[in-house]
Design a protein around this ligand. Sequence first.
Ligand code: IPE
Ligand code: IPE
Ligand code: MG
Length: 256
Amino acid sequence: MRRIFTSALSLKEQIDISRIPKHIAVIMDGNGRWARQQGEQRVFGHHHGVRAVRETAESCAELGVGYLTLYAFSTENWSRPKEEVDALMELLVQTISGEIKTLMDNKIRLKAIGDLDSLPSNCHDELNQAIATTSSNAGMELILALSYSSRWEITKAVKEIAQAVKEGKISPDEINEQIIENHLYTNGFPDPELMIRTSGEMRVSNFLLWQIAYTELYITPVLWPDFGRDELYKAIIDFQKRERRFGMTSEQLTIK
Ligand code: IPE
Ligand code: IPE
Ligand code: MG
């Protein structure tokens, strides 16, 4: 009997493990629409988004991604109805404490960027505790962007640098990209190589504006609660097919 071999590789096997993006940033969008599609309240979608967060973090850690930044709450999101904001903050507290084991099992180090002082105090405390508990894990860094706004971050950096000039610590001529980066929340993290946005929106919504100067963008119509392992693999496969020219020509890149 003739045996039929299927040569199709799984999504995971299609990934070139030697070229995994060092830093992936994700705009986790579409929870509200996902909930509405199920005839539920928006908050239902946020609750289901937690599974997608866990699966994405675990899969990235397993693949050897160094940094995963998740946009969890923007400064602009404070303008949502109070019940939704309260539910999101409550969910954040529950998720951080409930997922410590996941972080430890996967050797993930938790970090956070944004105006963290504006978070409710129980949220702030839970976050600081989880950051401390996971601080000696040697694997991936999981960076939560909370009450984050890129324009706010850049404005803050400009103020700090202006103050340093005023105090005579540096001269205006010395200001360069490195000095600006030193004053951003993301100081110490490499720029993301890949940014994923779910729910099909073609915008960056005030996320990492400085840091994504040469980031590859991947936008999928999948809503965040439906995002998972395979969707992540698809994004990485797509990323690995791109030619990153950084302003040069294709020919220059092929010359060794
Ligand atoms: C993303 O989902 C979660 C947050 C912004 C906190 P949304 O809540 O924005 O869901 P949509 O975009 O309204 O569907
Ligand atoms: C971006 O999603 C912020 C987060 C995912 C946390 P939004 O739903 O707030 O973005 P807009 O309003 O559609 O641009
Ligand atoms: Mg949205």
